[in-house]
Ligand binder design. Structure first.
Ligand code: SME
Length: 152
């Protein structure tokens, strides 16, 4: 991902975080901004960790998904939550523990959001392109999750 775009989006997002919008609106704006400016990001959404260790779909931009509640360990999202680390899947067809939202999706990145070392949510991005995510995407999205963690 382009460094200049990264900086610009980070700046825009930080500005929205400091606005009077409520938390839900802020998360929606992040999803929309990121999806609109990065064409390979086809679905962008936040999952929030519930008290019984489920990932509950919050704000998102893209097609509706049936996967609104995901248990830890289940799918790429659940595995990222269990392992407390960013997971990048370059070709979802090669994954056995994967929850498909659309046959168009070819690759995915899931970035945990932490507070005091505990996972409190995730940013999940699907792409219709194979191997859409590299180290620059990871760095950008981990940076965004760091900003967002102060909201949740
Ligand atoms: N593919 C995810 C499910 C969520 S959707 O991508 C929106 C997974 O395997 O956990």
């Amino acid at each position: 991902m382009d460094r200049i775009l990264h900086e610009k989006l980070r700046c825009d997002i930080q500005q929205k975080m400091n606005s009077n919008l409520d938390t839900q609106e802020k998360l929606s704006v992040v999803c929309r901004l990121v999806r609109e400016h990065v064409p390979k990001y086809d679905w962008v959404g936040f999952y929030i960790v519930s008290s019984n260790k489920e990932l509950i779909l919050g704000s998102y931009a893209g097609e509706p998904t049936e996967h609104t509640h995901i248990r830890f360990g289940q799918g790429i999202c659940g595995q990222a939550a269990e392992q407390k680390k960013t997971l990048v899947v370059q070709d979802v067809k090669k994954e056995t523990n994967y929850l498909s939202c659309s046959p168009k999706v070819q690759s995915e990145i899931v970035v945990p959001i932490f507070r005091n070392g505990e996972i409190i949510g995730e940013l999940d991005i699907d792409s219709h392109r194979l191997a859409a995510f590299d180290e620059s995407d990871r760095a950008f999205l981990e940076d965004i999750c760091d900003v967002v963690s102060r909201l949740l």
